[in-house]
Ligand binder design. Structure first.
Ligand SMILES: Nc1ncnc2c1ncn2[C@@H]1O[C@H](COP(=O)(O)OP(=O)(O)OP(=O)(O)O)[C@@H](O)[C@H]1O
Length: 296
């Protein structure tokens, strides 16, 4: 079921086309990474989706409606945009309780949400004493307070240490895969979200450059066999005869594209070349990401 739908969205700021005819959707129960370098247009898209910016053209819908038309936004959409500011003198629990009261949620939900984001022990601490990572957790607790079916997060890993990123991964997976929430999460670092997301949408200079599953993205990248050998060049004729393309990386390192490791191994045997390394390279997601988003 489509939970978020962006269709032909466009927004310019003066001469800058921040978002230029972008379309994609996010289904319930899935996590989509919205990726692109700094200034690509991610935040502008999310702000359009949340009704904070008016699009020039196109639509951005949550459950088939624009955000301002939602009757109970807090229980329908949760969002964290940039570092949220909290009242520094207020405790984490009071912060959430105030929102519970305003939204007609039971006060007990505040403690539940704090436990879910790993802040149970910090419930009585003033938010002014919180680290950046704790603030991110509190922002997530705030966004999920009304148990929304849609969660929109702008760079949520900022300020989290590796353990925090690991925790975030589990938190988002649980929401999406176990509770059916549609999650849209932006990042400019592919590696940060690659173990979390099911689908990726990549944007550069306001234009969509790729969308699909993470598997499709990595599948598109060819995985060469890398050989390190002082006499590696002696392998070239035999492997070219097998259809390989060769890339010389210098210092006795060659990459063979279009052949598998076994074929390369056989050539090594037949040519009696002393090899110090022979490995099928993993496709480097960050490299694919860089290629897709590179300035042309
Ligand atoms: N309110 C605004 N006024 C003028 N220009 C803006 C405004 N908001 C965004 N822009 C411009 O639109 C482009 C896209 O910005 P946006 O913040 O959407 O990118 P982003 O992908 O979220 O980047 P980042 O990863 O740095 O947050 C940039 O060139 C930015 O300078």
């Amino acid at each position: 079921m489509t939970a978020i739908e962006i269709r032909n969205l466009a927004k310019s700021f003066g001469p800058v086309k921040a978002v230029d005819d972008v379309s994609f959707s996010v289904d319930a129960g899935t996590i989509t990474g919205y990726l692109g370098p700094n200034g690509a247009g991610k935040t502008t898209t999310l702000r359009c989706l949340l009704g904070l910016v008016t699009a020039d053209r196109g639509t951005a819908l949550v459950d088939g409606r624009p955000y301002p038309a939602l009757e109970h936004p807090l229980t329908e959409v949760g969002a964290v945009l940039e570092a949220t500011s909290f009242h520094p003198g207020r405790t984490a629990r009071d912060h959430l309780r105030v929102i519970c009261t305003a939204a007609g949620l039971p006060a007990a939900r505040a403690d539940e949400a704090l436990a879910q984001v790993g802040l149970a022990e910090a419930a009585r601490k003033r938010v002014g004493e919180f680290s950046l990572g704790m603030r991110q957790r509190l922002a997530l607790g705030t966004a999920t307070l009304g148990r929304p079916r849609v969660l929109i997060l702008d760079e949520p890993a900022n300020g989290l240490d590796p353990a925090g990123i690991e925790w975030l991964r589990g938190f988002l997976r649980n929401l999406a895969h176990d509770q059916g929430v549609a999650v849209l999460v932006s990042s400019h670092v592919l590696a940060e979200v690659q173990q979390t997301v099911d689908n990726v949408v990549i944007i550069a200079r306001g234009r969509l450059v790729h969308q699909g599953s993470l598997a499709e993205l990595t599948g598109n990248g060819e995985r060469p066999v890398r050989v390190h050998a002082a006499e590696a060049d002696r392998l070239v004729p035999a492997l070219e005869a097998e259809g390989a393309r060769v890339e010389r990386a210098g210092d006795g390192v060659l990459r063979f594209y279009g052949v598998d490791a076994e074929t390369v191994g056989r050539a090594v045997l037949e040519e009696r070349v002393l090899v110090t390394e022979l490995v099928r390279e993993r496709s480097d997601l960050q490299e694919i990401f860089m290629q897709l988003t590179r300035e042309t």
